[in-house]
Design a protein around this ligand. Structure first.
Ligand code: HEM
Ligand SMILES: *[C@@H]1O[C@H](CO)[C@@H](O)[C@H](O)[C@H]1NC(C)=O
Ligand SMILES: *[C@@H]1O[C@H](CO)[C@@H](O)[C@H](O)[C@H]1NC(C)=O
Ligand SMILES: *[C@@H]1O[C@H](CO)[C@@H](O)[C@H](O)[C@H]1NC(C)=O
Ligand SMILES: *[C@@H]1O[C@H](CO)[C@@H](O)[C@H](O)[C@H]1NC(C)=O
Ligand SMILES: *[C@@H]1O[C@H](CO)[C@@H](O)[C@H](O)[C@H]1NC(C)=O
Ligand SMILES: *[C@@H]1O[C@H](CO)[C@@H](O)[C@H](O)[C@H]1NC(C)=O
Ligand SMILES: *[C@@H]1O[C@H](CO)[C@@H](O)[C@H](O)[C@H]1NC(C)=O
Ligand SMILES: *[C@@H]1O[C@H](CO)[C@@H](O)[C@H](O)[C@H]1NC(C)=O
Ligand SMILES: *[C@@H]1O[C@H](CO)[C@@H](O)[C@H](O)[C@H]1NC(C)=O
Ligand SMILES: *[C@@H]1O[C@H](CO)[C@@H](O)[C@H](O)[C@H]1NC(C)=O
Ligand SMILES: *[C@@H]1O[C@H](CO)[C@@H](O)[C@H](O)[C@H]1NC(C)=O
Length: 325
């Protein structure tokens, strides 16, 4: 008992110390302009691809949930990387934005060679994307280093799928230290970006063997989704706006959509329709107060970006985000 208290104090101290090495001024002498460099490349990419901010935000999430925020998701398969995270089920033919990460990395290397990690670039790119999309801005703490392994089975198993129960999703967030408030706040990233039909068409025709669509989907929304994702259509890869009311804007419409039975993924709608009083009241409160929502979102993005960072002397600063040095 006494030993386990000492152990847990020790562990808490270690975790806090490793996070304490992250700081918003980490590059203030070595790369003072890093945030604006990242932001300007994201802004430029948005000109030709209004979806890219969403894609970059998702990459940061998929990075952090697997072995912490260590840029492991960016590693190409080959050499020591025998099974990439890119090839894992949640990412294969789905995660995108890797070319824009390369552009950001080149721009950063041009100003400050060998200094800024790819993991920090993902954290900064997510903040820039949210803010350029109309969402909140915040100070990103920095100083993460890049990992030297990829964990494909970790990516298969730790990243939530859109077919799970609220209880299972909650458990996957808890496994990385995030609670239900974080789950509801962060799910709102589905206020921008797209989803392929294959991730929700189980809801449209014969949900759970009932012979009918998912009753938690509004009938008019079902009708329009059935047109876009026909039952016997050859392809499940057609893209759909995750937030039909404001597809490229970061706002709290995600939550009013849920209240109106217009959550696109099963896991989105479950936040409001699973009879969980905690998630329902958070959805109502975020739908009714964008300021409260933005504050909670920022806090939860900071929490997510703090998952198990590598700090010196662990890891490395990759010179190419796709490869180990
Ligand atoms: C709660 C569990 C979550 C599940 C089950 C989930 C699942 C998905 C799925 C299936 C897609 C569509 C991918 C495709 O069609 O290729 C998607 C897209 C997206 N997800 Fe999530 N997600 C979750 C949480 C999050 C979180 C926490 C974030 C970020 C903070 C996030 C950000 C995004 C964004 C921005 C997109 C659009 C990406 C794009 O257009 O390229 N998601 N998500
Ligand atoms: C910082 O970077 C931005 C975007 O690349 C650029 O416009 C600005 O001039 C830079 N400022 C300094 C002090 O280098
Ligand atoms: C690749 O793996 C070999 C053998 O385990 C190891 O010696 C080497 O340091 C690794 N290379 C990198 C870049 O991690
Ligand atoms: C990823 O998808 C491609 C098809 O586009 C497939 O050939 C490949 O086997 C998939 N990779 C994995 C690891 O499942
Ligand atoms: C990840 O899941 C896919 C699909 O089930 C499987 O083919 C692949 O082998 C898994 N990867 C690992 C490392 O378990
Ligand atoms: C891979 O990820 C799983 C689940 O997130 C974790 O339990 C495991 O320790 C990781 N493996 C390595 C080698 O880091
Ligand atoms: C929820 O998790 C349990 C235990 O891991 C698993 O057996 C079950 O299939 C999952 N349910 C869904 C709907 O994914
Ligand atoms: C989740 O953690 C935050 C601190 O980051 C706390 O303010 C919030 O009350 C917690 N939510 C729940 C449901 O416990
Ligand atoms: C719906 O699915 C169930 C179970 O898979 C099947 O028995 C039933 O025939 C299907 N109903 C329709 C209308 O396709
Ligand atoms: C789709 O296929 C099922 C069985 O494969 C069939 O019963 C149904 O009539 C088809 N629906 C349409 C709209 O073609
Ligand atoms: C939630 O509660 C309502 C009313 O009690 C019930 O009809 C519905 O089936 C429940 N939904 C779930 C997902 O349990
Ligand atoms: C909205 O939330 C903010 C921040 O939590 C709070 O200060 C404000 O009073 C709330 N506004 C209303 C109308 O409840």
């Amino acid at each position: 008992m006494f030993c386990s208290i000492i152990l847990s104090v020790l562990i808490t101290t270690l975790v806090h110390e490793s996070n304490a090495q992250l700081s918003s001024s980490f590059y203030s002498s070595t790369c003072p302009n890093v945030s604006s460099i990242v932001r300007s490349v994201v802004q430029q990419a948005l000109q030709s691809d209004p979806r890219i901010g969403a894609s970059l935000t998702r990459l940061h999430f998929h990075d952090c949930f697997v072995n912490g925020c260590d840029a492991s998701v960016l590693l190409d398969q080959g050499g020591n990387i025998t099974l990439s995270e890119k090839g894992a089920v949640p990412n294969n033919n789905s995660a995108r934005g890797f070319d824009v990460v390369d552009k950001i990395k080149s721009a950063v290397e041009n100003s400050c060679p060998g200094v800024v990690s790819c993991a920090d670039i993902l954290a900064l790119a997510a903040e820039a994307s949210v803010s350029l999309g109309g969402g909140p801005s915040w100070n990103v703490v920095l100083g993460r280093r890049d990992g030297v392994i990829a964990n494909q089975s970790g990516a298969n198993n730790s990243i939530p799928t859109p077919f799970e129960s609220l209880a299972n999703i909650t458990a996957k967030f808890a496994a990385v230290g995030l609670n239900i408030t974080d789950l509801v706040a962060l799910s709102s990233a589905h206020t921008f970006g797209r989803a392929q039909c294959r991730f929700f068409n189980q809801r449209l025709f014969n949900w759970s063997g009932t012979g009918s669509p998912d009753p938690t989907l509004s009938p008019s929304y079902v009708a329009s989704l059935q047109q876009r994702c026909p039952q016997n259509g050859s392809s499940g890869t057609t893209l759909n706006n995750l937030d039909p009311s404001s597809p490229d804007t970061f706002d709290n419409n995600y939550f009013s959509n849920l209240i109106n039975n217009r959550g696109l993924l099963q896991t989105d709608q479950e936040l409001f329709s699973s009879n969980n009083t905690v998630t329902i009241s958070l959805v109502n409160s975020f739908a009714g107060n964008q300021t409260a929502f933005f504050e909670a979102f920022v806090q939860s993005m900071i929490n997510m970006a703090n998952i198990s960072p590598l700090t010196a002397p662990q890891g490395q600063i990759r010179s190419n985000c796709r490869k180990l040095n």
